[in-house]
Design a protein around this ligand. Structure first.
Ligand SMILES: *Cc1c(COP(=O)(O)O)cnc(C)c1O
Length: 376
């Protein structure tokens, strides 16, 4: 069986995890956490990076940081993972879903302004497949209406928009190091990127159970106390050790994924030229990270036929999000602003192919030849 995904392994993870164990410090904010955070601050250009247990936790931190109140509204695409919405629903917000662009499946930046009301507090662009949203337009809208921008960059680690790293453009950015993402912290993990200097101190307090323990450890205060609301949003240093191995090899992982992505693209180009499928679109000003390779079929029947065909060949291919606005919780906690011209239609015909760091050339060739034989 060729799996759809497998967690990346570069080889040095065990050594670093052993070193963390030998250090006698396994909890959060140890040596490996510091290394990972500093690497990301320097490499991506963020004011402050904080490792967290997951991107879900990072999004929750963001909702706390912007002081969201019940009844506030948050704008996002419906074509996304549940955590993008849940983090804000937990604070009592109403989610306002806006349609996606058919080319990138990202929120259509031209439809956002019409969805803004006096209750709107934030826009949450999701960089689908690691391809950037149109951030210049989104940031300009946010400045005009005094809104926060929280990037769900779960899939966008190592991607860029006009030369800037995804996750560093909005006021806050959220990364995922879940095992299905490009880099993992041993299965689960995330990071909150605080790009707005005014939010840094409070972000540290919220992450440390509402205390100023981070300042205490840096020797800035002589005791720490309860300061604010908060929770435990730290990643264990043992996990940061696993992540450090992957960040050290970040360029190598990125290049390998891009090679695999390009091979799919080139091999399937004739099918696209013949109008049988559609291939992903990467706008000129975006440098993507090959988080995902998807194709679009004519409709959901065609897609199911292909999934079945590939399964016969022992290859797992997977569809993606059921739009949130059509789910029971989405109906309860959100509303769709404007027409759903593309969200449902595109989600029903999109299919993802196996793409992961340790996918062998041989197995990828098998995937490609099985796909081509379906269309032949
Ligand atoms: C994976 C993902 C998340 C959640 O990440 P976790 O680290 O599993 O919490 C959130 N948003 C998007 C767009 C994702 O792809």
């Amino acid at each position: 069986m060729i799996p759809f995904n497998a967690p990346p392994i570069v080889g040095s993870e065990v050594e670093y995890m052993q070193s963390a164990m030998a250090s006698g410090k396994l909890c959060g904010d140890g040596g490996f956490t510091r290394r990972c955070q500093q690497w990301m601050e320097q490499h991506f250009g963020s004011r402050k990076v904080l490792l967290t247990p997951s991107c879900t936790a990072s999004l929750e931190m963001a909702a706390l940081l912007i002081d969201l109140q019940p009844g506030d509204e948050v704008i996002m695409p419906s074509y996304t993972f549940v955590s993008t919405a849940n983090a804000f629903v937990l604070r009592g917000a109403t989610i306002v879903f806006v349609d996606v662009r058919p080319d990138t499946l990202n929120i259509d930046e031209t439809l956002i302004e019409a969805a803004i009301t006096p209750k709107t507090r934030a826009i949450v662009p999701v960089h689908y497949a690691g391809v950037a949203c149109e951030m210049d337009s989104i940031m300009a809208l946010a400045a005009k209406h005094k809104l926060y921008v929280i990037e769900d960059a779960a899939q966008g680690v190592m991607s860029q928009y006009k030369g800037r790293a995804l996750g560093t453009i909005g006021h806050i950015g959220c990364f995922s190091f879940h095992e299905t993402k490009n880099y993992t912290a041993g299965g689960e993990g995330g990071a909150t990127l605080i790009n707005d200097a005014k939010l840094v101190d409070r972000a540290e307090i919220i992450r440390e159970k509402g205390t100023n323990r981070s300042q205490f450890f840096r020797g800035q205060v002589d005791k720490y106390t309860w300061r604010d609301i908060g929770s435990s949003y730290l990643m264990a240093d043992l996990q940061a050790a696993y992540l450090w191995a992957q960040l050290e090899a970040a360029e190598q992982i990125n290049q390998q994924r891009l090679r695999l992505w390009q091979r799919y693209y080139d091999a399937l180009q004739p099918l696209a030229a013949a109008g049988r499928i559609e291939l992903p679109v990467v706008p000129k000003n975006c440098r993507h990270n090959a988080h995902m390779f998807y194709i679009k079929l004519r409709d959901s029947d065609d897609r199911q036929a292909l999934i079945n065909w590939m399964k016969e060949a022992e290859i797992l291919t997977v569809f993606h999000y059921i739009p949130l606005h059509s789910s029971p919780a989405g109906e309860r906690f959100g509303r769709f602003h404007g027409d759903d011209a593309f969200t449902t239609r595109e989600s029903e015909r999109l299919l993802r192919l196996p793409l992961f760091y340790n996918l062998s050339d041989n197995n990828q060739r098998t995937v490609i030849s099985s796909l081509l034989s379906f269309f032949a």
